[in-house]
Design a protein around this ligand. Structure first.
Ligand code: OXD
Ligand code: MN
Length: 614
């Protein structure tokens, strides 16, 4: 036993036993995981600023974090991951429901008993030489009737620091777990045990990775990665995959949606929930600065929405998260000034570039790159370098409360009333700028057919469609066809109590023959938002089209939209759309008899409209 205390000893000295009053089920479970993973010490996290400070000091000492220059970026850090641990890995993400049919054809299914056996093997002794942190958290504001509790154990202090920003973490959440409460059990290890005396690396991880979900027992086990989407189990794993199953069982919706609060020039406040696949500019839309006068857009959430039918029958949404884990590249003063301002300090950056003055930079932050940087892999970089300075999936983690456009009531325990739901994809062809669904069921069809043309060869065959229904393809914890059925049922319940939000489909990404975008996007998307919300408010008319209702006109004042662009943005190529409908039929058929009849009915109606209709 040495006499000098290392920072690790010091942090372990805090709360190494369970806090008084902690639910015995949690205490027992932690003891069981500790017996399996054999950490050197256990720390029960209280969520305090002092604890965060201790952890960040520890990580700076260990080389996991670089403290940024406080003059430019106070209380902020840069982490560089292992280059093999930079993104979510869908091939290693498993849904371990009782039967393969319950996971459905879009998920990787594994038998739960077999998976538990595998995990027991690889988790055994996996925390040797490390501290196991016990992190209680609430998804949703503490005390909201719509919030859910969880506990994640992890041997990554980086993950703890991220959880503190992304969730309501610590003692108040633990205190809410009582005998009656349901809670998610999340087990996470980087999978890099240390032999006695073995030096650690800055970003421990393992080439073997498992992100395994057990919906029936509300458990997630994640092995081998510290990348946020694989390791911050509160986010994608809990708030979407497991929560979608809870939502199915309990009659609500857990969705991959941002939430906006919009005030029109007449002072009417409305709220919008919008689903877009990953990498379609969700954070930009969530923090948009409108280019049209009189409209104000505020942020409630940028990634996940939990939707419930409230006591008054109306649809209500909360943002279960407390922070943003956003993609850095492409976030700049001209594309998302609110995000840039949010990041003034108290931020963790992962895999962006380091400036010589101790601040950070990434592609798109400013028009001109600094003359010299250290890139995300720690190498010298200049504007003539052939690789980007920041990884394309580099991230920032920051508290939502710091966002200048955050709405005052973003943490209201009752949530906000949703007036419109938007589904968007990234489509170069075929899909118009905006379409209004004829009714809820048609809206479900639009959500189910969200897709994006693949661009990079890495994504598959360029030009081919990646179908991403409801933007939930990687995040739905059960059979996607059952999920559609659940949406249809949910609509019936809304209808029976008289309040059904309108559903719209948008596409900011339609291209001209020369490959250029037809629509400017960003703040000009407010023009489309205006049309949608004026429809909700009964102020504007629409024209019928085979795809649904489309605008007769939009507010284009102050926008230099070339004359032919309007027609191209709304062009309906019947032949191409009929071919696409054949693809949809094939896709739907892959769900077998789980597919709700209403979906085929919608497809048939679309075909008829395209062949004979308006
Ligand atoms: C995300 C994603 O990180 O959708 O939000 O991949
Ligand atoms: Mn997302």
């Amino acid at each position: 036993m040495t006499l000098t205390l290392t920072p690790q000893d010091l942090s372990a000295a805090h709360h190494s036993t369970a806090p008084d009053g902690a639910d015995p089920r949690v205490v027992d479970w932690v003891a069981r995981i500790a017996a399996l993973t054999e950490p050197d010490s256990i720390v029960w996290c209280d969520g305090s600023a002092a604890e965060f400070d201790r952890l960040t000091h520890l990580m700076v000492d260990q080389g996991t974090l670089i403290r940024l220059n406080a003059e430019y970026r106070p209380y902020s850090f840069l982490a560089r991951s292992d280059p093999r641990d930079v993104a979510r890995i869908e091939e290693r993400t498993f849904i371990c429901s009782e039967s393969a049919e319950d996971a459905g054809p879009t998920n990787n299914w594994r038998d739960p008993a077999e998976m538990h056996e595998t995990l027991d093997g690889i988790f055994a002794g996996s925390m040797h030489g490390r501290t196991m942190y016990v992190v209680p958290f609430s998804m949703g504001p503490l005390g909201s009737p719509y919030s859910k509790l969880g506990v994640q154990v992890t041997d990554s202090p980086y993950v703890v620091a991220n959880l503190r920003i992304m969730t309501r973490m610590g003692t108040p959440a633990l205190e809410r777990i009582t005998r009656a409460s349901e809670w998610l059990a999340g087990v996470h290890t980087v999978g890099a045990p240390l032999a006695h005396g073995q030096a650690d690396v800055a970003w421990p991880c393992n080439d073997t990775k498992y992100i395994s979900h057990f919906p029936a027992t509300r458990e997630v086990w994640s092995y081998g990665s510290a990348y946020g989407g694989n390791a911050i189990l509160a986010k994608k794993s809990f708030a979407l995959r497991i929560a979608s199953v809870m939502a199915r069982d309990e009659g609500w919706l857990a969705e991959h949606m941002l939430i906006l609060k919009v005030t029109n020039p007449r002072g009417r406040v409305m709220h919008v929930a919008a689903a877009f696949p990953s990498a379609c500019g969700k954070t930009n839309f969530a923090m948009m600065t409108p280019t049209i006068p009189g409209w104000s857009v505020e942020t409630i959430g940028d990634d996940i929405a939990w939707l419930h039918q409230g006591p008054d029958g109306r649809l209500r949404a909360i943002n279960p998260e407390a922070g943003f884990f956003g993609v850095a590249p492409g976030t700049g003063a001209s594309t998302n000034a609110n995000a840039v301002d949010t990041l003034w300090g108290n931020s963790i950056f992962t895999n962006v570039a380091l400036r010589d003055d101790g601040d950070v930079w990434w592609e798109g932050l400013t028009d001109d790159a600094p003359p010299h940087l250290i890139d995300w892999q720690g190498n010298d970089w200049t504007p003539s370098s052939t690789t980007p300075s920041s990884h394309p999936n580099s991230r920032f983690t920051v508290a939502a409360a710091q966002c200048p456009s955050i709405a005052d009531d973003w943490q209201h325990p009752d949530g906000v009333v949703i007036d419109a739901i938007i589904f968007g994809g990234r489509r170069a062809t075929n899909v118009p700028l905006v379409v209004e669904a004829r009714d809820w069921d048609h809206g479900v069809f639009l959500g189910a057919t969200i897709s994006s043309e693949q661009t990079a060869a890495a994504e598959g065959t360029p030009g081919e469609l990646r179908r991403d229904p409801f933007a939930m393809l990687p995040f739905c914890g059960y059979n996607m066809a059952d999920y559609w059925a659940h949406w249809l049922e949910f609509g019936k319940s809304l209808r029976s109590r008289g309040s059904v939000p309108r559903i719209f489909q948008v596409n900011w990404f339609r291209k001209d023959a020369d490959g250029s975008y037809l629509w400017p996007g960003f703040g000009d998307n407010a023009r489309v938002l205006e049309w949608m919300l004026e429809r909700v408010d009964g102020q504007v008319s629409a024209a019928d089209s085979p795809l649904g209702h489309i605008p007769n006109s939009l507010n284009l004042e102050g926008l230099d939209l070339p004359d032919d662009h309007w027609d191209k943005l709304f062009e309906i190529n019947r032949e191409a759309l009929l071919t696409e409908a054949d693809g949809t039929q094939e896709y739907f058929e892959s769900f077998g008899d789980r597919l709700p009849d209403a979906m085929l009915g919608q497809l048939e109606r679309l075909r008829e409209n395209l062949r004979y209709g308006a």
